[in-house]
Design a protein around this ligand. Structure first.
Ligand code: FES
Ligand SMILES: [Fe+2]
Length: 429
């Protein structure tokens, strides 16, 4: 007789086909999240680099678009395919009052009105019947934003208290100044939600950016940077708390600041996510206590498997933007300088998030307590999708102009942050 053997069935054999949550991730027209996303404004170009030289080709929420600035300085966003017979307006010519197609010379203004139909007698007697599909745009904080949703549900473009008004010398530093970035942003080849979830996953810093790959944030350990033990690999229970707020989600991470007068003061790092795809966190290179942040980041979905990155920083420090954009080093280098071998040995955010796949496979995940923020964010995103499907305006949307949003992101002494749970005014305000 053979003895019964215990079979370990936890092998890879016979698993169900993996899948992702399309309701959370897919953004094309008519998809649940695509329709929710279309109820908000999205960055599409950097104001300073959008000149009236040539039109720029981009894709947002799965739609092929052209963004340009006409000779009068007005930004415009239109479909890439010409309404006449479909040539790309990427090959068009920017003129004083619009963009003219290369093929037969039809000219459209920033709202798609056809101003002229060259090669038609009299410039096209019926040109008023032609309309190039277009979307509304607004410029703010150094960026051009586009609204691609139902015209009668167009919300006010959000404002943030710390981003305005600008003081003497303050400027908006916007874009993403690294190699590969263009007027239409820094393109990355994986789903937008993967990087957005990173914004409410502060504990990855305690592994990826420090204990795994060596210290990656600049200035760590210096009096001006984060203390080294900010990056402890096994942070105690309660280090991070997550909460819902009016515009999205917020987390608070408690740590001990640098020693002063024999004491290490308890400090709180506060980050916020503003639905559906903006996030705000402190300056990690110079994290001064009791200082509100100075920057907003966005991940604009390009299509289901790509997104574009943006930030705007309000600062009077000309180096601020570069300190942020190049503030995470891998093996002491900028991410775009790495060999494949260095990427493997010293991975950073790019390696971690891109390797989750073009769209991560949610069916294969094993969530843990440190993912509480991610779970909360997904619930909130599901709610905005449900709301839009049910005919309601989603969270954070206001059709009327509203005052700038109070933002708590920053580094605060524990006493300060606890006294003012909703918002802390900027230092000196
Ligand atoms: S295809 Fe654009 S003008 Fe004819
Ligand atoms: Fe990171």
């Amino acid at each position: 007789m053979t003895e019964p053997t215990t079979v370990d069935t936890g092998t890879g054999y016979g698993r169900k086909k993996p899948s992702y949550d399309a309701r959370l991730t897919e953004v094309g027209p008519g998809t649940p999240m695509g329709e929710a996303m279309r109820r908000y404004w999205h960055p599409i170009a950097t104001s300073a680099t959008l000149t009236n030289d040539v039109p720029h080709r981009t894709r947002v929420l799965g739609e092929d678009l052209i963004v340009f600035r006409d000779g009068q300085g007005r930004p415009g966003v239109v479909f890439e395919r010409c309404a006449h017979r479909g040539s790309s307006l990427f090959y068009g010519r920017v003129e004083e009052d619009g963009l003219r197609c290369c093929y037969h010379g039809w000219k459209f203004d920033v709202q798609g009105h056809c101003l002229d139909q060259a090669v038609e007698p009299g410039g096209g007697k019926r040109r008023n019947l032609a309309r190039q599909p277009w979307y509304p745009v607004e410029e703010r904080y150094g960026l051009v934003f586009v609204y691609m949703g139902p015209p009668d549900r167009k919300p006010a473009l959000p404002r943030y208290d710390f981003m305005e008004p600008t003081e003497d010398g303050d400027q908006y530093q916007a874009g993403w100044p690294v190699p590969g970035s263009t007027v239409t942003g820094l393109l990355q080849d994986f789903n937008w939600l993967q990087i957005y979830e990173n914004g409410i996953d502060p504990l990855h810093v305690n592994w990826l950016h420090s204990n795994h790959s060596g210290q990656q944030f600049i200035n760590v350990g210096n009096p001006t940077g984060l203390p080294e033990d900010f990056f402890t690999p096994y942070p105690p229970e309660g280090t991070v708390t997550y909460e819902r707020m009016e515009f999205g989600a917020r987390y608070k991470l408690r740590f001990l600041g640098h020693e002063k007068d024999g004491v290490r003061p308890e400090q709180v790092w506060v980050g916020e996510l503003h639905l559906p795809n903006a996030w705000i966190f402190p300056d990690f290179s110079l994290p001064t206590a009791d200082q509100q942040t100075d920057m907003v980041l966005w991940a604009t979905p390009t299509d289901d498997t790509h997104h574009r990155l943006w930030f705007s920083i309000r600062s009077n420090d000309p180096e601020r933007m570069y300190r942020f954009a190049a503030g995470v080093k891998q093996n002491g280098k900028d991410p775009w300088e790495l060999t494949e071998d260095e990427r493997q040995r010293f991975p950073g955010d790019g390696e971690a998030q891109q390797s989750q796949g073009p769209i991560t496979l949610h069916s294969e995940e094993t969530l843990a307590p440190s993912d509480r923020g991610v779970v909360m964010l997904r619930r909130m995103l599901r709610t905005i999708v449900d709301d839009v499907e049910a005919g309601r305006d989603p969270q954070g949307v206001s059709l009327d102009e509203v005052p700038p949003r109070p933002v708590q992101s920053g580094v605060w002494s524990a006493a300060t942050v606890d006294k003012t749970p909703e918002a802390v005014p900027a230092a000196g305000a």
